[in-house]
Design a protein around this ligand. Structure first.
Ligand code: IFM
Length: 433
């Protein structure tokens, strides 16, 4: 059965940041530091999904999706990131999973969507190899409770973005700007993934996947310098997180002069434990030129000539077909079935007098990308699912509540949910299948 779903993440929607024993995460800390997020927004309340989850499951049931990708907040399960288990945290997700199944919706949990327990950050976060082992222990705790009802697990969400924005550039939590010294945070996330795959299997989990955020990389010209820069960027953004998982080897990182001494014997064997699916989050391609000076071996050349989202991201549905075909040719038989675990756009949504948002641009975005997925499947790419980002308008990280991605409008003062025109469009699309 093809999975048609929506996706969310814990810190972006749950709120209830200090309730029922939840410990602080790096995002609680970061968002409360002055100047870190736009207008000082935090996820303290967010969409209040922790209290309103039944209503949200009802919205999905009426929408007609057969799957829901959500994330589990590690600090709800282990407030200190290791050791003591908070049973109320497990109870919350247990009830959510049962509620979804009763509504005919397959639960697809992600174990880590960036909300690392602060106590582990205090020990270095993902720069510390030990965190990989704590992650596997946490995965086992969750799976022991839920594995009997979960068809598909996702270990990590977008380890590239977490490393690049969180550890290299300081735009996301934990707010470190280490540039290439952030690379151990890539390796330890991947090691955590591999150890978690083992732990999930031992706990009787069904299918296991990892979700990467991938981008087709377009060289700004055919000049050898631009081609080399594009290859270097492709290595950092795409291959660094997928080659070790699917091929058991890091790509050539010479362009970065990287010192990989943090890779221990046996790590790549652990990281490349077989997985059942690859999650792909696609938003847009990236155009890359040679750098104008010293520093990183690439420069973002920007893309013009396409419509843009409220974030300014170019809307290029054909990029998704290109990406899926590139993955197929790059990894061949090593490529497992793919789920598009996120795809969607922020728009300048305006509520009409009746409360409805007529978000035609979002409808165009989604229909274009679903068509691109269909074309890639016709090309021979094995795609098994498509999840819209996002069910609800939510906390968009450093942008706070300013970027709205939802099929459902959320009034962040009252928590009121109002389905948008795109919700009605997706419902019709699903009903037609
Ligand atoms: O909101 C994020 C999500 O958490 C991860 N993928 C991209 C989305 C839009 O920026």
């Amino acid at each position: 059965m093809f999975l048609w779903g929506t996706a969310t993440a814990a810190y972006q929607i749950e709120g209830a940041a200090t309730e029922d024993g939840r410990g602080p995460s790096i995002w609680d800390t970061f968002a409360h530091e002055p100047g870190r997020t736009r207008d000082g927004h935090t996820g303290d309340v967010a969409c209040d999904h922790y209290h309103r989850w039944r209503e949200d499951v009802g919205l999905m049931r009426d929408l007609g999706v057969n799957a829901y990708r959500f994330s589990i907040a590690w600090p709800r399960i282990q407030p200190e990131g290791q050791g003591a288990i908070n049973v109320k945290g497990l109870d919350f997700y247990d009830a959510l999973v049962d509620g979804l199944l009763e509504a005919g919706i397959q639960p697809v949990p992600t174990l880590f969507h960036w909300d690392l327990p602060q106590a582990l950050q205090d020990r270095g976060g993902w720069l510390n190899r030990e965190v990989s082992e704590h992650f596997a222990d946490y995965a086992a705790v969750v799976a022991e409770r839920l594995a009997d009802r979960i068809p598909l697990w996702i270990t990590l969400n977008e380890p590239f973005v977490h490393m690049a924005y969180g550890y290299a550039m300081g735009i996301h939590a934990p707010g470190q700007a280490l540039l290439l010294d952030a690379l151990p945070a890539a390796h330890h996330q991947l090691l955590g993934h591999g150890l978690a795959v083992r732990a999930l299997r031992a706990a009787g989990a069904g299918q296991v996947a990892i979700t990467n955020n991938c981008t087709p990389v377009w060289p700004a010209s055919d000049s050898p310098d631009d081609l080399a820069a594009a290859a270097a960027y492709d290595t950092l953004h795409n291959r660094l997180f997928t080659d070790p998982v699917l091929l058991g080897a890091y790509p050539d990182l010479d362009a970065y002069g990287a010192d990989l001494s943090f890779v221990a014997d046996g790590d790549l064997r652990t990281i490349s434990a077989p997985i059942d699916a690859l999650g792909i989050n696609y938003y847009n391609p990236t155009r890359i030129a040679a750098p104008g000076g010293p520093g990183l071996p690439f420069a973002d050349a920007g893309i013009t000539g396409y419509p843009t989202t409220a974030f300014g991201w170019p809307v290029v549905p054909a990029g998704l077909r290109e990406l899926l075909n590139t993955l197929k040719s790059r990894y061949g038989a090593a490529l497992p079935p793919i789920h598009i675990t996120e795809n969607g756009c922020s728009q300048e949504d305006v509520q009409g007098p009746d409360g409805t948002v007529h978000d035609q641009a979002r409808i165009d975005y989604l229909s274009g990308h679903i068509e691109a997925t269909r074309q890639a499947m016709a090309d021979g790419v094995d795609v098994r699912g498509y999840f819209v980002w996002s069910l609800l308008d939510n906390f968009e990280w450093a942008e706070g509540y300013h970027q709205r991605f939802g099929l459902v409008h959320v009034d962040f003062e009252t928590g009121r949910r109002t389905p948008k025109a795109s919700y009605a469009w997706y419902r019709e699309h699903l009903a037609g299948r």
